[in-house]
Design a protein around this ligand. Sequence first.
Ligand code: FAD
Length: 297
Amino acid sequence: MKNYKQKRKDMLKKAGADAVFGAKAFGAFGNRGMVREIVYPRDGYALLNVVKMLKDEKPVVLGGATDVLFPDGVYDGAIISTARLKDVCFCGDRVYCQAGARLPEVVAKCARRGLSGFEQLSGIPGSVGGAIAMNAGAFGREIAELLTRVDAVTSDGIAVALSPCALDAGYRHTSVAEKGLTVTGAEFRLTTSSSREIEDSIREYGKRRRDSQPQGKSLGSVFKRADGVSAGYYIERAGLKGIKTGGAEISSKHANFIVNNGGATAADFIYLADKAKNAVKEKFGIELEYEVIFLKG
Ligand SMILES: Cc1cc2nc3c(=O)[nH]c(=O)nc-3n(C[C@H](O)[C@H](O)[C@H](O)COP(=O)(O)OP(=O)(O)OC[C@H]3O[C@@H](n4cnc5c(N)ncnc54)[C@H](O)[C@@H]3O)c2cc1C
């Protein structure tokens, strides 16, 4: 085994990446779990190499894992992390971000430059790549609206540049996963404004978020809106707000959030999420769709 791991590390090193075996799961829900292997490409070219090299293993590409629930035991596959691809550079009213750049940092940098557009997205904790894959959005703004170009790698390791319309972006959806693409970076076009106005606006959206959403460990919204109505509305009316199991709770502040109050497991999360899904189906005849992604052990 030692020999296998060393060989694999050497192979990945040549491709420009580092591998960590037996790593701790790093999902935002904070349940304890392990991952067989996490691969960290050091730049965009290494990401391309690694996707190509590992394609038969069907690795999962993750940014912040702020929308992903890790299993409680060991996730027995390879994860490619974009955490080291964090460059952000500016050219006039455009900003180019590598896939692993975190949205809050991108938003703050844009604000300092007097570039407006991202303010509503400032409280979304994930990476640019993850946000594009999910078409993340908040307060009426979706990330796809700001895109001018997406750079990606196909599952065969071919670099492609896509225009935003090739993503078929809709509510919390793009074709990134269906097409088997890994986002390596993206360009956004913003508008010029005063840094002060942008920062005021970021603070205002932050306050609205804090007033309506729990602050503990969570994966954000568990379910997508149903016909434009927050899933939390239905879960609350099904009487499930505040219910607990193990260390997890359907938030008493916002029923579409499941929070980890300490020691929660993936099984606790799934128990509460299934309970909410079934109760809403039974009471309202509405089939809620998960926004959260489940990694299967
Ligand atoms: C407290 C909290 C608040 C949140 N609020 C919001 C909100 O207001 N609006 C909202 O939309 N979301 C929200 N989220 C959910 C989450 O932050 C977003 O969906 C975010 O965009 C996910 O980014 P990530 O890097 O964490 O993606 P991950 O969780 O790492 O991955 C999510 C999906 O994207 C894929 N992916 C990741 N990186 C890439 C890549 N480079 N190429 C291709 N596919 C990739 C993964 O394979 C996976 O399928 C919230 C989450 C939390 C914890």
